[in-house]
Design a protein around this ligand. Structure first.
Ligand code: ZN
Ligand code: ZN
Length: 464
């Protein structure tokens, strides 16, 4: 497949959207087609044909509360809403058949297929997931039924699956991978973890894989780092077919980490042999923290113009949608819920109205719910955040200025009700709920050696 287009709608109909489109445009009141067999039954059917210990495992699928058939209709809307917003600068009318794939990075606890169920429960039109433990070098291979579960649910709705468009699913790679490490042994270890991630994507039939380009650790120049990353990309393109490698931009400008400047992304892409299999994922928090403003329509337009000029819109393969707790150019990677950080609702409304965002995964990696409430807190917040994003993009320019203050206040209240701000949580329930947050943050300060060794991992914090 050639690199992605800019806002061209000419290439779009070639992509297979037919199955998923009908899913996205179904009104919520329309009853779900009943022909889809419950995944549980399918998993059991598969399991009975295999060995007994595996059957026991498969019987747990799907986990409680994640039965696809009982999920509410997805709240995502097709892009035809936007045609009302007319031409204003970079934002214009778009092909009414194109959907936005707004979703979230959901847990795969219980197997990759559970991520599809969680995304659906959150009303997501797209999703991200890890395909193995993101903090381990190696994980055991998939059992055949794990792949089967994914493939059953990943089918189109007409075929009894959940109808997620292949272009809407973006796997996130492991945090340990550092392909810009010039130590040969460590590079090889990183490459194997990287290749294994991508091999798993291929096993599941997933098209898009994003990961962090890593850190030179100060041992080599950035340009040498680009070569090492490109070496890994070129090698994996030969070792594993089809999967598209998507480089994520990073927050820590001025450090040894690659990908903080658009020029870094171009530097790596330039050295990739098969450019049809390389794209870029822009994380809005990382972009902003690295010094590219997104707060106003003008700032958003200027940043995206620079991206097009330096990297090229055709390479945009995904978005990580996060507000930032810290200010423009802070070089810190601290994700905040949409509109409640330093970027603010204006920037996200602008992004949601940008035709460039059509047909690519737009993935929330925003803070989760209270500790221990992953299944409910996260999904509830993301469900509300997804609705909010569709809500703000649909408001006309004339109405926006008068409405945005109320919308932000309402959303902050909703968010705080599900997930009180950390300070409040600590005071309210110091014994249980604050503990996991402390634990997660501790290694950054506690062990400086570890931070240096795994800079690429730490750079992105706990928030992808
Ligand atoms: Zn990431
Ligand atoms: Zn990200």
């Amino acid at each position: 497949m050639p690199p992605r287009r800019a806002a061209s709608t000419k290439t779009a109909p070639k992509r297979d959207r037919s199955s998923s489109l009908s899913d996205y445009s179904e009104p919520e009141s329309k009853p779900e087609p009943k022909k889809r067999a419950p995944p549980k039954a399918k998993a059991k059917a598969t399991a009975t044909t295999t060995a007994k210990p595996k059957a026991a495992k498969a019987a747990k699928f799907p986990p409680p509360g994640l039965d696809a058939a009982s999920h509410p209709a997805r709240s995502g809307l097709p892009a035809f809403q936007f045609t009302e917003t007319k031409e204003n600068g970079a934002i214009g009318p778009r092909d009414p058949s194109l959907p936005l794939f707004v979703g979230a990075h959901v847990s795969m606890a219980g197997g990759p297929a559970t991520a599809l169920l969680r995304a659906s429960k959150a009303g997501a039109n797209g999703l991200a997931l890890f395909v193995k433990s993101q903090r381990k070098w190696a994980s055991k291979d998939y059992e055949p039924e794990v792949i089967e579960q994914w493939k059953e649910l990943a089918k189109s709705k007409d075929d009894g699956g959940m109808g997620y468009n292949p272009e809407s699913i973006l796997v996130h790679g492991g945090y340990l991978i550092n392909l810009s490490n010039n130590d040969e042994t460590k590079w090889n270890q990183s490459y194997e973890c990287f290749r294994d991630d991508i091999h798993r994507c291929h096993q599941l039939g997933i098209k898009l894989y994003n990961w962090h380009p890593g850190s030179t650790l100060g041992n080599i120049s950035k340009e040498e780092g680009y070569k090492l990353v490109a070496k890994g990309i070129n090698k994996v393109h030969k070792d594993v077919p089809e999967v598209i490698t998507v480089i994520e931009n990073m927050a820590n400008a001025g450090s040894n980490i690659l990908g903080t400047a658009f020029a870094d992304l171009k530097g790596m892409i330039d050295l990739v042999e098969d450019k049809s299999r390389v794209r870029v994922c822009l994380d809005t928090c990382h972009t902003f923290a690295a010094g590219y403003d997104l707060r106003t329509p003008e700032a958003y337009a200027a940043t995206m113009k620079e991206f097009d000029e330096v990297v090229g819109n055709k390479y945009l393969g995904g978005i990580h949608l996060n507000d930032s707790k810290t200010d423009l150019g802070s070089n810190k990677d601290l994700h905040e819920n949409i509109g409640l950080g330093q970027i603010g609702l204006d920037g996200f409304r602008q992004l949601m109205r940008d035709p460039l965002m059509v047909g690519i995964p737009i993935v929330l990696e925003t803070p989760s719910g209270p500790a221990g409430a992953v299944e409910n807190g996260d999904l509830e917040i993301w469900a509300k955040e997804i609705k909010l994003l569709y809500e703000i993009q649909a408001i006309s320019d004339d109405e926006w200025e008068t409405k945005k203050v109320d919308i932000e206040a309402r959303w902050r209240k909703e968010r705080d009700a599900i997930s009180p701000p950390k300070e409040t949580t600590k005071k309210a329930a110091p014994a249980k709920k604050a503990a996991p947050a402390k634990k997660a943050a501790a290694p950054k300060k506690a062990s400086k050696k570890k931070v240096v060794e795994s800079e690429s991992e730490m750079s992105d914090g706990d928030s992808e």
